[in-house]
Design a protein around this ligand. Structure first.
Ligand code: PLP
Length: 478
């Protein structure tokens, strides 16, 4: 049918079907051939903008032409997070069933604000988060809620902690008051930058965030935390929240949550555990040792969109008492009042968003399709591959390990004899490999050393992909 004839209404269903099948084929081919693409997009800044019209089309276009432009214009500007040689930042990838979840979520297009507007989303979220809780061996009292990202999950946790501290900030705010002392949030010096952004967003300010020193293994030192809290109390400040991380971003180090929980209990401070990256591995029995003490937390964040093959975005905040979030955020406008509000859970009560995407569906698909065993097998394999890569580094006289590998992140650097400026050499190696499109590595700085980071987490990664990076590194250091 020509677009000329269509004045109102949606795309006709026969056309939708035709392009729908085409798109599924397109995605299947994309996944099948993913490692033939350059990992990092090779375009220059503004290439896409320069190739797109400056204003919207007046008349509707043939959808076949739109899809052709995906190949011609969009694809070259894509950095392929699903590529098995994407090892930068944290390697995250979607599974195919995760894509199905997104398709149906878009089709339903429900806004999970009230149970009434979205019973399926509300109840599936409860069920699937309880499945995940059980898989991670967390106690029954933890109840979860889905947000988009860990940054937002943690912001909600700190807001709840702030409300619990008893200054009626929800009602009175923080400005223009002389009865609110400096409220303190504590985290290690390796904490993710999202925590800095949370305290900015919540009006606590960067001055509220006290970063605690780490040991040689990049883990928070509990004695330093206790001393900092004591000193702050003596100064009239009020500690409101401590945020240890299991799986820090730079090195995947593990803060001693159990010892930190003792301190939080002693001082009555909210304990929020950031396991955005590594939390998924709590489903693997032999990795549970890293999570000791997290069952004592007030809140925990874990991101299935990082390492549970669920497409971005899906972050889970588990709370010991979910009502703490409600105390901080619930506010029911007249037009949102329903007769069943005493008996049902309304998602809008637990955060700043009114409408919430039906994200639970994709996680439900992923857990049902792979099963607990299938998910465990994949996480174990990633950790095995990371340890294998680390063993190559350890055995080579030209490379050095710079941090332990508790999960699937390897921190290392090239150190061939006779090179004076190792920082410059490693930066050059990383930039050359990334520019080649063959693999993507990222970096951090540890004790002043430019450190290469190789993260293993793609659902499509195999040993041959790591061998390829190892060959690239050995070729590049010469
Ligand atoms: N916390 C940790 C430990 C992370 O590694 C990250 C991201 O890598 C975040 C928080 C932020 O995650 P998000 O992008 O979901 O906000």
């Amino acid at each position: 049918m020509s677009n000329e004839a269509i004045k109102t209404g949606d795309m006709p269903s026969d056309e939708f079907r035709k392009y729908g099948y085409e798109i599924v084929d397109w995605i299947a081919n994309y996944f099948e051939h993913i490692d033939e693409y350059p990992v990092l997009s090779q375009v220059e800044p503004n290439w896409l903008k320069d190739n797109l019209p400056a204003s919207a089309p007046e008349k509707g276009e043939d959808f076949g032409d739109v899809l052709a432009d995906v190949d011609k214009l969009i694809l070259p500007a894509v950095t392929h997070w699903n590529h098995p040689n994407f090892h930068g930042l944290f390697s995250t990838s979607t599974s195919s069933v995760g894509v199905f979840g997104e398709m149906l979520t878009a089709a339903f297009d429900m806004k999970g604000m009230l149970w009434r507007t979205s019973p399926a989303s509300t109840e599936l979220e409860d069920v699937v988060l309880d499945w995940l809780r059980q898989m991670m061996d967390l106690p029954e009292h933890f109840e979860g809620i889905i947000y988009d990202t860990a940054s937002v999950s943690t912001m909600h946790a700190i807001a709840a902690a702030r409300e619990k501290a008893g200054f009626s900030i929800r009602e009175k705010g923080m400005s223009g008051r002389d009865d609110v002392p400096l409220l303190r949030v504590y985290a290690s010096e390796h904490v993710h930058s999202s925590i800095d952004k949370c305290v900015i967003t919540l009006g606590l300010g960067l001055a509220s965030l006290r970063k605690i020193e780490c040991n040689d293994l990049f883990e928070m030192i509990p004695e330093k935390l206790a001393a900092a809290i004591n000193e702050d109390i003596e100064n009239g400040f009020v500690p409101i929240c401590v945020i240890p991380t299991v799986g820090t971003t730079s090195t995947s180090s593990v803060d001693p949550v159990d010892a930190i929980a003792d301190i939080c209990e002693k001082y009555g401070v909210w304990l929020h555990v950031d396991t955005a990256y590594a939390g998924s591995t709590a489903i693997v029995p032999e990795f549970r040792q890293h999570f000791k003490g997290w069952e004592r937390a007030d809140s925990i964040v874990v991101n299935p969109h990082k390492w549970l093959f669920t497409p971005f975005d899906l972050s889970v905040l588990y709370c010991k008492k979910l009502n703490d979030l409600k105390d901080a955020f619930s506010l029911v406008a007249e037009y949102l009042k329903t007769s069943d509000e005493q008996t049902v859970k309304n998602g809008m009560d637990y955060g700043i968003q009114l409408g919430r995407r039906f994200r639970a569906l994709k996680l439900w698909f992923v857990i049902r399709y792979f099963g607990r065993e299938g998910l465990i097998a994949r996480l174990r394999e990633h950790c095995r591959l990371a340890r294998l890569f680390a063993s190559w580094v350890e055995e080579s006289p030209d490379f050095d390990m710079l941090a332990p590998v508790p999960f699937a992140l390897v921190c290392f650097r090239a150190c061939p004899a006779g090179v004076e400026d190792l920082n410059a050499l490693n930066e050059e190696i990383m930039n050359d490999i990334n520019a080649s499109g063959d693999a993507y590595l990222s970096h951090t700085k540890l004790n002043g050393k430019f450190t290469l980071r190789l993260s293993v987490g793609s659902i499509r990664v195999e040993e041959k992909h790591l061998r390829k990076v190892w060959d690239l590194l050995n070729a590049a250091r010469k």
